[in-house]
Write a protein that binds this ligand. Structure first.
Ligand code: HEM
Ligand code: HEM
Length: 126
């Protein structure tokens, strides 16, 4: 039950990130201004592909979805991705000083959160 909620939330948010990323991709293509490419790339690959991989993992290993750690990881994953994307959007929108702190903090959370996911994966696949 708990695991299913986690899986559904990852799948549902991944398609939202995909739609936002594709809208940005279309905007870049139509305007012939590819300046937001890093923002688009991270929305697509982390937002769509990464979140889908989380969903598939918890579907394959339902026991790994129980407990507090997967919940903490999920909240931080969304917060860090949104922070990274907003930070990149501001940076490549022409305000590097404004976006940098947001992107930097989010990136650090993202890396530490991947350590947490590594722990979840190793525990869950024993
Ligand atoms: C509506 C669909 C999409 C549109 C209109 C679109 C548009 C674009 C555009 C205009 C660029 C910049 C290309 C350049 O300047 O070299 C780009 C780059 C990129 N796109 Fe998309 N894209 C779409 C879907 C996707 C999807 C589905 C993914 C991945 C799952 C993706 C991943 C990337 C990546 C990783 C880059 C950066 C490539 C590099 O580093 O050279 N895009 N996209
Ligand atoms: C701590 C997390 C991350 C940080 C700090 C980070 C940072 C960066 C930076 C600085 C670039 C170069 C952007 C440029 O100037 O062109 C980049 C490019 C890229 N990153 Fe990340 N990234 C992170 C996570 C990820 C993840 C998780 C993925 C995929 C799942 C990813 C996929 C890409 C791709 C495909 C590019 C090339 C696209 C482009 O050049 O715009 N990154 N990243």
């Amino acid at each position: 039950m708990m695991g299913n909620t986690l899986v559904a939330t990852y799948f549902r948010s991944s398609v939202i990130y995909a739609l936002l990323g594709m809208a940005l991709g279309l905007h870049m293509a139509a305007s012939h201004d590819h300046g937001q490419m890093p923002t688009h790339a991270h929305l697509m690959l982390f937002g769509w592909v990464g979140m889908t991989i989380y969903a598939v993992f918890y579907r394959l290993y339902p026991d790994a979805a129980s407990g507090l750690l997967p919940r903490i990881h999920a909240v931080l994953a969304h917060a860090a991705l949104i922070g990274l994307v907003v930070g990149l959007f501001i940076i490549y929108g022409g305000d590097p000083e404004g976006g940098d702190p947001i992107a930097a903090i989010s990136s650090i959370i993202l890396v530490l959160n991947m350590v947490l996911f590594a722990v979840i994966v190793w525990k869950g696949t024993r």
